[in-house]
Structure formats: C-alpha cells, structure tokens
Design a protein around this ligand. Structure first.
Ligand code: SAH
Ligand code: SF4
Ligand code: F3S
Length: 446
C-alpha cells in the first residue's frame, strides 16, 4: 500500500509571511513542498521544528525587522538546538550570506527563485553551517514543486502567472530581488487553475509583479497576452471569478481593456498604480508614463466598464517632490476618485537609482502622507456608502466573528459580512448592502 506520509509523526512547520500577495502564494508552495518532506504547518512558533520567515524588502527597515524577529527566536533555538530556522523571500535575496553572518543560528537562506530546492536544503542542514541559495536557476521552479494531494481549498486563491520586472522604477527593489520578467507557459497556468477549481476554488487572482506584461507561450505555440490567457481561463466552468494584480499603466493593451467590457467573469476591480500625479516626478521615477496618459487609460476602461472600482499605489516625498508636485497628486486623486488605494512615504533602497538623490525632509513626507491618506479615505468612504441599499453578488468564503455570520467577497475588493447558513459557503448569493464600515460591508441575504 502507498503511504501518503513518512512513517514518523509529522514535524511542525511555522511560516510567517511578509509583503505582497506573491509571497502569500510562495509560502503556500513552500508549505506544500515541505509537506512532502514530512512537515505539517502549525500556527505558532513555540513548539515548531522549523521556522520559516518569508520576507519583503520593499521599504526600509525590512531587513532590520527580520533581524529583530530572528532575535526573538533565540530562546527557542537554545531550548531546542535541532530547531531549523530559514529565511526566504526578498530580504533573503537581497542580503544572502549577510543573514548568516549576522545571525549564525539561521540554518538556511533561500531566494524567491530557488525555493523549490528547499526540501533538499532542509535535509542538508543541521551541521551548524548555514546554507545559502540565491540563484536564478534555469529550471522552472514550478515544475519542481511537489503537489500536495488533492486537498479542499478556500473559495479564493492566488495563482502566479508572471514574475519579476524589467521596468526599473527608480525607487524599487523588485527588479533586483525577483529578477527579470518571466511568464509561465499558458497551459501550466490553465492546468493549475483547473486543479484549484477541483479543490473548490471559484475566485482566482492572477499574480505578477507586472502581471499585464504577461507574454507566456500558448499551447498553440504563439505568445499569449494576459487578455488571451484570461479569455481561456474564463472557459473553465467551475471558475466563476477572475482578477489580476499588479499592473503597469503602459501594459494595459486594447484587448485587456476590451476584456473588462465583455468578460462577465473578469471582476470590475483594477489595481493600477500611478505613484504620483506630477509629470516631473513620474519622469524622475522612470515610470515612462505621464499623468495624462494614465488618466486616458482609466477613461478607456471606464468607457467599457463604468462601474469599475479603481485602486492605486502612491509614493509621497520622492526626491525633489515640491508642494506643487504633491498638489498634482492630490488633483489626480480628485479626478479619479479611487475606490481604494495604498500610499507610502518614499523609502530609500540602497542600490536603486533614487537612493543617492537629495531627499525630502521626513516631517514633510509625514505631513503629505497624512493629507493624501485623508483624501483617499474620503473617496473610499464615498464608494462604499454608494453601495448601501444596492443588491450585489457575494461569494461566501468563511465563518465570520459573530454566530451565524459568514464573510464573503464582493466583486470589488471588500469583504461583506452576511448572516447566512454555513452550508452556503462556496456559493455566490445576492445580498442587499445595509452598512459600510471603513474596510468592509454588512449585508442581508435577498
Ligand atoms: N508592480 C509591483 C509593485 C511592487 S511594490 C507589484 O506587483 O505590486 C508595491 C508598491 O510599493 C509600489 O507600487 C510603490 O507604491 C511602493 N513602493 C515600492 N518601492 C517603494 C519605496 N522605495 N518607497 C516607498 N514605496 C515604495
Ligand atoms: Fe517596481 Fe516599477 Fe517594477 Fe512595479 S513596475 S515592480 S514599482 S520597478
Ligand atoms: Fe516585497 Fe518582494 Fe513582494 S520586496 S512586495 S515580497 S516582490
């Protein structure tokens, strides 16, 4: 008889994930790979046999945060010397050997492109020498990751279709930590989507650092665009909802815009970062678009899908940003009225082009961020208030905090709290929105 697991009891694996959705997806893959090596995921570090930090390097102090987190595990390691500690993700890629030098108790450091080698690395640890793998290997890591047996999954999931970035915005570490743009072959993505639907997934978010630059090989040998891939995925009966993130304004091609108008399964939500409303700053950021060209893309999308919820990313206090430049960002927000947005103070990343430029005062950054966030919050509130009284479809996902309550997902981004029978989990139901909180909606079944 075949055994699904090694003979011994499963070892306990604690994973802590930082950063973007791709790290969430990567953590799932690492858990699955280590599952085949006899590890079972647990939700506390206390009695774990292995601790894995999947890290993010996007803003300053990310590495320092990881070192202090590692320091907190020192007593655990002292009490249990065979506890394995691993650092994965973008800090691992950026810092490499340095992590072992500063924290010799770390057993392994593995970058985002080589984590399929994790089970092998884990098997080789334990002789007191830290292992480091930050290669960008030739082989496709996705082909080398053992698949977990068909387990049931929650109704929504991430699926990486593209990784890395060739854009080199002057503030950003991603091209260095994730490497050059690589698209997965379309058939592999379709197969993975079918597999996910067989496990109960109904809502898939396609992931890529530059997802709309996707250009993977299709089963017909042609280069497929993201729109072509989405059109094919939409043919999977049990897949009801498709989303994608994160996009670059310059890669919103005609077909992708058209897909928002004619594909019911493509959700009316688009995250399209702009970073700044000032052309001078956009140029200094090497964004290769202007405020006007960005707004034009939005106009074209709204023309085919008027109810689309728009989301963005903003950086305030980029080197040489004046009050006038910042005002242009506020003006752009007034024009777009984002349904949701993320905003950050510019943070210097060593090795990126903007790091050595004259910096804006911290106090100025703080004050501008507060003004921008107040405006973005006002627009988000207006968007959510506008949904009150409307009937919307919601995919019920999981139990809520209150008895008899389920949390579902609207077609937009926000969760919706509904009183509904647990048996409805995994179904799309129509609900009437009764109230709007800062980041969620409450509704009743209709
Ligand atoms: N295209 C990417 C963007 C990754 S970074 C993606 O897949 O999500 C996410 C956001 O972080 C960026 O859009 C930008 O607004 C912000 N960001 C990146 N580098 C930054 C820096 N050095 N300082 C502040 N914010 C930054
Ligand atoms: Fe970073 Fe710019 Fe690439 Fe996005 S497009 S990952 S912000 S370099
Ligand atoms: Fe962070 Fe790396 Fe994602 S730097 S945002 S985890 S790509």
């Amino acid at each position: 008889m075949l055994k699904a697991r090694p003979m011994s009891d499963p070892k306990k694996l604690f994973v802590k994930t930082y950063g973007c959705q791709m790290n969430v997806y990567d953590s799932e893959r690492m858990v699955s790979a280590l599952g085949a090596a006899g590890y079972e995921q647990v939700d506390t570090a206390d009695d774990a046999d292995m601790i894995l930090l999947n890290t993010c390097h996007i803003r300053e102090k990310a590495a320092e945060k990881i070192y202090s987190e590692l320091g907190r595990y020192r007593p655990l390691k002292n009490a249990k010397p065979d506890l394995k500690i691993g650092v994965a993700g973008c800090v691992a890629q950026a810092e490499g050997e340095e992590i072992i030098r500063r924290q010799p108790m770390v057993d392994l450091v593995v970058g985002p492109q080589s984590y399929h080698r994790l089970p092998d690395m884990v098997a080789k640890t334990g002789n007191g020498v830290g292992l480091v793998d930050t290669d960008f290997p030739e082989e496709d890591k996705f082909d080398h990751l053992p698949q977990a047996p068909k387990s049931k999954r929650a109704p929504s999931a991430f699926l990486t279709v593209q990784e890395g970035c060739d854009k080199f915005c002057a503030f950003c570490v991603v091209p260095y930590t994730r490497g050059a743009e690589v698209s997965r072959p379309a058939q592999k993505i379709i197969d993975e989507a079918i597999d996910l639907t067989e496990r109960g997934v109904r809502d898939i978010t396609l992931l890529g650092q530059n997802v709309n630059a996707y250009h993977g090989q299709g089963p017909d040998g042609d280069d497929w665009t993201l729109a072509r891939l989405i059109r094919e995925l939409a043919k999977i009966d049990d897949l009801w909802r498709i989303r994608f993130t994160t996009s670059h304004p310059n890669d919103m091609d005609d077909d992708l815009i058209a897909a928002h108008g004619d594909l019911d399964k493509l959700m009316p939500y688009l995250h399209l970062p702009v970073q700044s409303g000032s052309d001078k700053i956009l140029k200094a950021m090497n964004r290769k678009h202007t405020a006007a060209s960005y707004l034009k893309v939005l106009d074209r999308i709204r023309a085919v899908r008027p109810d689309i919820a728009l989301s963005g990313d903003f950086i305030v206090g980029f080197p040489e940003e004046t009050e006038e430049d910042f005002q242009a960002t506020l003006d752009l927000c007034e024009q777009v009225k984002y349904a949701q947005a993320y905003s950050f103070k510019y943070s210097t990343r060593p090795g990126t082009p903007a790091a050595d430029r004259p910096q804006v005062d911290e106090d100025v950054k703080t004050e501008r961020l507060a003004r921008l966030q107040a405006l973005l919050a006002k627009h988000q509130h207006e968007f959510l208030q506008n949904l009150v009284g409307k009937t919307i479809p919601v995919l019920l996902e999981r139990p809520g905090r209150l008895d008899g309550q389920l949390v579902g997902r609207s077609e937009y981004l926000w969760p919706v709290h509904v009183l509904a029978d647990a048996g409805l989990t995994g179904q799309i139901v129509n609900v009437r929105v009764q109230g709007a909180d800062t980041n969620s909606l409450s509704a009743v079944l209709v």
